[in-house]
Design a protein around this ligand. Structure first.
Ligand code: PAF
Length: 282
């Protein structure tokens, strides 16, 4: 395994990879790797000659400084896990200074409204931060394919938008959510939950599945009311939002229409840890 912390050294290495005509897959991460990340890494390893995994806790996408401070960081454990997938993986683990220099700020983008709802509404400038780091990584690595988990479905759509806006020649691949045995979507933040709460948080997925069952026969408003009532009765989990939206535009549903792909999106607090999830409804 080779680990780079400087853009210029990684670029020089990848230049020779490209000259040899090899394909490159990129898996951007903020570390604290779990099975969800490893499934993206395995997919990239099987589809590309070279896989680059970036590990960088990106400060500009955290609207809450406490969340940034508490974000889990396990660099050596991450390297060990990646080595189990393949010892050929290239890791890019830059410092904040290497990426941003003295100017730790994000770019501005026109996401065509994709950033105005759900995560964007509750986390001001979050997607500008995500866009800035993902665009930087895509430019440094120049991959053929880049892999992102569908747990952050809104992020995935926004990244596709940036690639189109900026005409970046890369294929963005969305990969299915990996879940813990009781249904909780895998996330680095799950590490911050106590074992009891982690088990109880399986409730989020149960609610999404029932919402999906109801979607065939009930109105979106009734489902929303039902979900809100379930969380009012739950003493461990606080609902931040539940929204049913069109999968492509992320526009919240008004009335169900044929031939549209709908998805339910949810954000919940458990012990001050913010958890998100989503599920395709039809
Ligand atoms: O999904 C994440 O872990 C992050 O938002 C990403 C894409 C690595 C950018 O920092």
């Amino acid at each position: 395994m080779q680990i780079f912390d400087q853009k210029k050294n990684l670029e020089a290495f990848l230049k020779s990879v490209k000259i040899e005509g090899k394909t490159i897959g990129l898996v951007p991460t903020m570390g604290a790797l779990h099975q969800g990340h490893l499934s993206l890494v395995s997919q990239s390893v099987s589809e590309n000659d070279v896989t680059v995994v970036s590990i960088f806790v990106n400060p500009t996408q955290f609207n809450n400084p406490n969340d940034l401070d508490k974000y889990p960081r396990n660099f050596q454990a991450d390297i060990d896990l990646l080595n189990e997938v393949s010892s050929e993986i290239i890791v890019f683990a830059p410092s904040v200074n290497e990426i941003y220099g003295k100017n730790v700020t994000s770019e501005s983008y026109d996401f065509d409204g994709l950033d105005k709802v759900m995560e964007g509404e509750f986390r001001p400038r979050h997607f500008e931060g995500v866009g800035t780091i993902v665009e930087t990584l895509l430019r440094v690595v120049g991959p053929n394919k880049a892999y992102f988990g569908e747990k952050d479905f809104q992020q995935l759509q926004i990244i596709k938008k940036i690639v189109a806006l900026k005409n970046i020649g890369v294929e963005i691949i969305g990969c299915p959510i990996e879940r813990e045995t009781h249904g909780l979507a895998m996330s680095s933040r799950n590490e911050r939950l106590t074992e009891t709460t982690r088990l109880k948080a399986g409730f989020i997925y149960n609610v999404l599945e029932t919402a999906k069952d109801k979607f065939g026969t009930e109105s979106a408003n009734d489902i929303k009311d039902w979900v809100e009532t379930q969380f009012t009765k739950n003493e461990t989990l606080d609902l931040e939002y539940f929204q049913i939206a069109d999968e492509d535009t992320l526009t919240p549903i008004k009335r169900k229409q044929r031939n549209m792909k709908y998805r339910a999106f949810i954000a919940v607090y458990a012990e001050e840890v913010r958890l998100i999830d989503n599920l395709r409804l039809n």
